[in-house]
Design a protein around this ligand. Sequence first.
Ligand code: CA
Length: 229
Amino acid sequence: MKLLVVEDEVKLAEYLRQGLSEEGFAVDVAHNGIDGLHLAVETDYDVMVLDRMLPGIDGLSLLLALRRSKSTPVLMLSARQQIDDRVEGLRAGADDYLIKPFGFSELVARLHALVRRAQKPAADPLDPTRLYLGDLSLDLLRRRAARAGQRLMLTTKELQLLELFLRRQGEVLSRTEIAERVWDMNFDGGTNVIDVAVRRLRIKLDDPFDRPLLHTVRGIGYVLEEQSR
Ligand code: CA
């Protein structure tokens, strides 16, 4: 698996190069945004670790530029703690986010999850009428959802909500976006329609099973994914 690290702190960059090589990644390193963007556009990487604050071009601008031509999964590193920064990073097209200092094993687990997600499309190309995530499936023609072989009895709205989450699996969806796409309405911060609907869906989707799939991302929204932690 080819991986690009864009990190200007030379010690951290070298630590990542060595550690991730030992984990079996073929690692390239760039120490500034300009070299990083050049490499990221020219080379097909399986996954990329991108620092937020970089000389030359900062991490967010690099990501915005990269997204014009490539969908390489990106894990963004940030020294800042603010949720705003996370939101900015995710909006710019980051697939995941880690705050420094982070644990190396967590970084590795998240990188593997990003690569897996990129390799496994939600829709089966042989059967475009079904969406999948792990043991969860949604039959789009018959409007039926099942998990671990058990049918889930969902309302029409819950099916629409699940379809949105499955199509955008691994992506954090804001309440605003959910409201627009499922209810065709502008989200009014004063209403808890979305939270109530997500809670109801979760009772059917996750409560009877060991591994939850629908997760709350505090201050941002919700994400449907298999988490390795
Ligand atoms: Ca930096």
